[in-house]
Design a protein around this ligand. Sequence first.
Ligand SMILES: [Zn+2]
Length: 96
Amino acid sequence: MRPRMASPSCSGCGQVLPLTRLHFRFALEVEGEQQALDSRPLGDSPEALAELVRTLESADAAELEAQVHFEASGVLCPRCRRRLLEVVGHAPAGPH
Ligand SMILES: [Zn+2]
C-alpha cells in the first residue's frame, strides 16, 4: 500500500488540495463494451456517454486507442467534481 500523501493534487486541474480544504475522492472505471451502449449505464442519454468518451480522449487519446479499458482514481477539487458529474449526468442540482 502506498502511504497517503499529505497534500494531494486535483486530478482535473492539478491544483494542490490541502487536506483541510474540501476535496473529493473518486474512482472511475470505463470499459469499452458494445452492449453498454444499449443499457446506458452512465447517465440517461447516449450523448452523456459520448461526451465522457470525448473528455477521456482529449485527456489521453493515444492510451485510449491502445486499450478500451480506462481506470483512474484520485482526488478532485469542487469545480472539477462538478464538471465530472455534469459529464456523466449525475449532477446533484438536476431535477428529480
Ligand atoms: Zn480541479
